[in-house]
Design a binder for this molecule. Structure first.
Ligand SMILES: Nc1nc2c(ncn2[C@@H]2O[C@H](COP(=O)(O)OP(=O)(O)O)[C@@H](O)[C@H]2O)c(=O)[nH]1
Ligand SMILES: [Mg+2]
Length: 295
């Protein structure tokens, strides 16, 4: 921990969230404005929104200047949006993210932050499957089944012993984010597995904390065969990246790109050297770092 009152950066990925994000921004702004002693910043990461999410975020920012946004026109996916957002890690001691629909109330996110404030661990994640979790509205039966099946594959491939890799609330220390950022490439919903496995392989401790969570209507995730195959493809891809064979798989890249296109999934993120925004934000004031602008 770099100070007694660590600064906190909260990222919120948002895709067509004009109907859900307004109250969530207000709730988080009020809660953390009141309870967090260190500096608090929120950055909403939008991409390809076809509704007025941007207008809603700007209205909230007018009331709370510590709310800002990044907007990417390309369909980079939730994972891609978080990879971009995590480039801002140098802005804070602790960096976390939650969904835009308010499934995780501020108090539950605060539990994760407190866990890092009170220990030396690198990452705390919310879990709906640990004893003690309070889940108000469960996801529909088919979605729960798909989620548990996905969990089985994650355990089979990665053996992390994490019960809930997919809950949308996580917090990490800056050094952990910076250490693994270049390893983050899955732009779809398997991003969380990419993040957790990279943290574990880099030697960081990940702690699951029982959370409070409620399923919200208006999900942006379409669960069908194509999405399931996309998730499976991404898990296989991640497994191969961490295998000794990876260096020989370069020639398969066009096939990989073709597969993601067929599944209408966001293409894997390609890093180009040192993440640009990390350099920029280290050198400049936050308001000149590209936040609040389309890159
Ligand atoms: N930036 C961005 N955010 C996304 C995208 N897809 C989903 N999200 C966000 O990811 C979060 C979780 O999505 P949600 O629809 O609540 O998923 P569910 O709760 O798993 O059904 C929300 O904040 C969404 O706005 C995307 O393509 N880009
Ligand atoms: Mg949701």
């Amino acid at each position: 921990m770099s100070s007694a009152q660590p600064s906190l950066l909260l990222l919120i990925p948002a895709y067509n969230e004009e109907n859900r994000i307004g109250p969530v921004l207000e709730e988080y702004a009020r809660y953390f404005g009141r309870t967090h002693a260190g500096r608090f910043q929120m950055v909403v990461v939008l991409n390809g929104c076809r509704d007025n999410t941007l207008g809603v975020v700007q209205a909230a920012a007018a009331r709370h200047p510590f709310i800002r946004h990044l907007d990417f026109p390309a369909p980079i996916g939730k994972g891609g949006a978080l990879i971009e957002g995590l480039k801002l890690a140098p802005l804070a001691d602790l960096i976390g993210y939650v969904d835009a629909d308010g499934a995780t109330p501020p108090v539950a996110f605060h539990d994760l932050v407190r866990c890092l404030e009170e220990s030396n661990i690198a990452c705390a994640i919310a879990s709906r499957w640990l004893p003690g979790a309070v889940v108000h509205h469960f996801q529909p039966e088919n979605r729960r089944f798909a989620s548990r099946l996905f969990h089985l594959f994650v355990e089979l491939f990665f053996q992390m012993g994490i019960l809930d890799t997919q809950c949308g609330a996580k917090v990490m220390r800056r050094r952990a984010v910076e250490a693994v950022h270049e390893r983050l490439t899955l732009a779809d919903l398997a991003f969380d597995v990419n993040l957790l496995f990279s943290l574990r392989r880099a030697g960081f401790t990940v702690r699951e904390i029982p959370t409070e969570w409620s399923d919200k209507s208006g999900s942006k995730v379409v669960f069908n065969l194509r999405t399931s195959l996309n998730m499976l493809l991404s898990l296989v891809r991640l497994r191969l990246i961490y295998s000794p064979f990876y260096r020989w798989l370069g020639p398969l890249r066009p096939i990989e790109a073709w597969l993601y296109r067929q599944l209408r999934a966001p293409q894997p993120f390609r890093h180009s050297g040192v993440p640009e925004a990390i350099q920029r934000t280290e050198d400049r004031e936050p308001d000149r770092s590209g936040i609040n602008r389309s890159p």
